[in-house]
Design a protein around this ligand. Structure first.
Ligand code: NAP
Length: 310
């Protein structure tokens, strides 16, 4: 089976399509025919050798990215009763999603409900878990509160806008002007161009700042949080910097690392099934176009989600 791997950390051209061995199936495992893998910034950061992801795999190269997956069951191990061949499954895995097939423990993945398109299930799990855990577990967002979401049009942000609205919050979304109608369509109450300083200056203070950009942007936007308000900063590489700056202003700030919680993922896919949550996929790349997909996610200006076709 074909798989996209890196032999060494480096730029997007490090991604090579290789013929990989098909692993044997253990009794509790399933073999999945990959339909799609989500392309996320963590894939590109890890490929480049940056952050905690690269630390975790530096002694395990070659490595295939791909944490957010969707496919259909090809084969089940002797002890698996939950799935049959052709069942559609999705979820979060420990990597290796950039290939034609994947072997995982049967309970790692979840069924895709009837009526949910493959592409929506494929782009949901990493971005959706991050959005939900950031707003609720870490941000404690309550109905009636104001939440500021930076990078609102991106993979995590466009789901966070919808989830925050569903929680009854007033959503202030930051994005380039070409994304404003898109975000209003997803339910954002106020949409602001983050490069437009006069517009930003007029922003009424928020209870929660969900920071999806970090760095200088994250620090600058802290001035829009109410005294004693809350900050959840998602990019891990600059989290310490944002937390220190927020602390100096008397704000409560935390970083986060999304965790796998399949009960939450079941609720999220149910929201997709009932139409209350929309996963917007802007482009699907072939496996052979992995480098182009990484260059696009590294541009920092992707709307919604990108997928790789297995
Ligand atoms: N800690 C964790 O567990 C975790 C989990 C998931 C993601 N993350 C991190 O969270 C960040 C967001 O992830 P993502 O998947 O949503 O990324 P993404 O899809 O690549 O985000 C793209 C969006 O960022 C917006 N953007 C770029 N610069 C901006 C700025 N200065 N101000 C406001 N918006 C800006 C762009 O909007 P415009 O095109 O409109 O400019 C674009 O829509 C990444 O750093 C990622 O690594 C962390």
């Amino acid at each position: 089976m074909k798989q996209l791997v890196i032999q060494a950390f480096g730029d997007a051209d490090q991604l090579r399509l290789v013929e990989a061995a098909r692993p044997a199936l253990a009794p509790g495992q399933i073999r999945v025919k990959m339909h799609y893998a989500g392309v996320n910034p963590i894939d590109a950061k890890t490929r480049a050798g940056l952050g905690w992801g690269a630390q975790a795999i530096k002694d395990k190269l070659p490595w295939s990215p791909g944490f957010e997956v969707m496919g259909s069951v090809l084969e089940t191990g002797a002890e698996v009763s939950r799935y049959r061949p052709a069942d559609r499954v999705f979820g979060l895995v420990a990597g290796g999603g950039y290939g034609e097939e994947l072997v995982v423990e049967a309970d790692e993945l979840l069924p895709v409900p009837a009526g949910v398109p493959d592409e929506m299930a494929a782009g949901l799990s990493l971005a959706g878990a991050t959005a939900w855990q950031g707003l609720t577990d870490h941000g404690a967002l309550q109905a009636g509160e104001r939440v500021l979401i930076s990078a609102a049009a991106g993979g995590v942000g466009h789901l966070a806008v919808q989830l925050a609205k569903g929680l009854g919050a007033t959503v202030v979304a930051l994005a380039s002007p070409n994304n404003h109608d898109f975000l209003r369509g997803l339910g954002a109450d106020e949409v602001i161009d983050y490069r437009n300083e006069p517009q930003l200056a007029g922003l009424a203070p928020v209870d929660l700042f969900f920071d999806l950009v970090g760095g200088t942007s994250g620090v600058t936007l802290l001035s829009h949080v109410k005294p004693g308000g809350r900050v959840v900063t998602v990019p891990t590489i600059t989290a310490e910097q944002i937390i220190a700056a927020a602390g100096a202003l008397g704000l409560q700030a935390t970083g986060m690392l999304r965790r796998i919680d399949n009960t939450q993922l079941e609720q999220l896919i149910q929201a997709v099934a009932d139409g209350s949550l929309q996963v917007v996929v802007t482009h699907c790349y072939a496996l052979a176009e992995g480098a182009a997909a990484h260059r696009q996610i590294e541009s920092g200006h992707t709307r919604g989600k990108l997928l790789l076709r297995g």
